[in-house]
Design a binder for this molecule. Structure first.
Ligand code: SOE
Length: 388
């Protein structure tokens, strides 16, 4: 019989709901060494936190995260708040000896991420583990892609082509929510969705980005103000506020394995809801993935007979594919929510083994350094060469 682990979660919006689903179900799908006990959900607004705890399956609610950190029943803290609070909460939790799962991006600045990575490393020496919630690593097709790259099926990597395209703020009447405010979110499309493709590119290649040349843009510079103390977003008349983050970020990059990359993160790709695409080209083959068809991976074997070679569509639903054996028969497919279940499964397995889960806070720091380089490059007029 697996032992239990008491879990506390701070934040309960989109990510809190996604994580709750995973905490509720993980032990029903996988033989994990520890069964989660969903002890307490935390949010600042008491009525909203109480309602969220009831809806999402938490035994109790709390309005002050410090009390959750002090709670002896909580052995693991799951941070699903906006980025401006990640560092303070994570540092306190690690100090108190709680394992930490933290939403991405790890922090809003490199300095915060450095402090978190240092604290995580010190805590690991005491058996206290931490992980960043880059959930897309746990999409079966992408986990499988990593194993193909690591097994040498692509040969020497030449190109990484990554895009994360959304369209939820195309309408200029869309309000100034926290994700559009630098003091809360750190950056815009860059940190929110660009962070995912930076992490994935480094995860899939096993290589690090060493330099970038970037361009960012904020298309809609002012938006209607919102009142959000209750967690709800409501328009407050005609008052408008400044958008202080990027709407879109484009950059090229070099990897330490010699590959070059192009990246695009935007919330202005009208018609694209959550289209995350990544393609790798190597001397021996290529891989292509699009989250809009998340159960598929396209593989081209460049060593094959040229008359028969070409991209083949692999349906990543076989029991031998990563994570899939725990779910449905071949061809029945998984969804967005499974990536969170897999992430939490891997965290629990690492806790059971006493090993360090990945992506670590150090990995999160590396992503933060890339985001920071993108912002510095975009701000530096010298890297931009006007067409004459
Ligand atoms: C919003 O753009 C968002 O919810 C991101 O914050 C998530 O990380 C991504 O998975 C979906 O889009």
């Amino acid at each position: 019989m697996a032992g239990q682990i008491g879990v506390g979660m701070v934040g309960y919006a989109f990510m809190g709901a996604a994580h709750s689903q995973a905490w509720r179900t993980v032990h029903h799908a996988f033989a994990v060494p520890l069964t989660p006990r969903m002890a307490v959900l935390c949010g600042r607004d008491a009525a909203a936190a109480e309602a969220a705890a009831a809806k999402l399956g938490w035994a109790a609610f709390e309005t002050d995260w410090k009390r959750v950190v002090d709670d002896e029943d909580v052995e693991l803290l799951d941070i699903c708040t906006p980025g401006d609070t990640h560092a303070e909460i994570a540092l306190a939790a690690l100090e108190a000896g709680k394992h930490v799962l933290c939403e991405k991006p790890l922090a809003n600045t490199v300095a915060e991420a450095e402090a978190m990575a240092a604290a995580a490393s010190a805590a690991a020496a005491r058996g206290v583990r931490s992980m960043v919630a880059f959930n897309y690593r746990r999409v079966p097709a992408l986990a499988f892609a990593r194993s193909l790259v690591a097994g040498g099926r692509l040969g020497e990597l030449r190109h990484v082509r990554a895009q994360y395209l959304q369209d939820w703020i195309v309408d200029p009447a869309f309000p100034l929510v926290w994700r559009l405010q630098k003091d809360k979110a750190g950056s815009g499309a860059l940190g929110d969705i660009g962070a995912h493709i930076v992490d994935l590119a480094q995860f899939l290649t096993g290589a690090r980005i060493t330099g970038v040349s970037a361009l960012t843009e904020t298309f809609v510079k002012e938006r209607p103000l919102v009142v959000s103390s209750s967690g709800l977003v409501a328009s407050s008349g005609s008052a408008r506020g400044e958008v202080t983050v990027d709407d879109a970020a484009l950059f090229t990059a070099r990897f330490d394995c010699g590959a070059i990359g192009s990246f695009e993160a935007t919330r202005f790709a009208s018609g694209r809801k959550n289209s995350m695409r990544i393609e790798l080209n190597g001397s021996a083959g290529s891989l292509a993935f699009d989250f809009e068809a998340m159960n598929e991976l396209h593989f081209h074997d460049h060593t094959a007979d040229p008359e028969l070679a070409g991209f083949r569509r692999i349906l990543v639903t076989e029991p031998g594919h990563p994570y899939v054996g725990a779910w449905w028969p071949p061809g029945h497919g998984l969804g967005y929510e499974h990536s969170f279940t897999h992430e939490i499964r891997d965290f629990l397995v690492a806790l059971g083994e006493g090993s360090d889960p990945a992506p670590s806070f150090a990995d999160g720091l590396q992503v933060q350094r890339v985001l920071d380089a993108v912002e510095r490059s975009a701000a530096a007029a010298s890297v931009w060469t006007p067409v004459r």
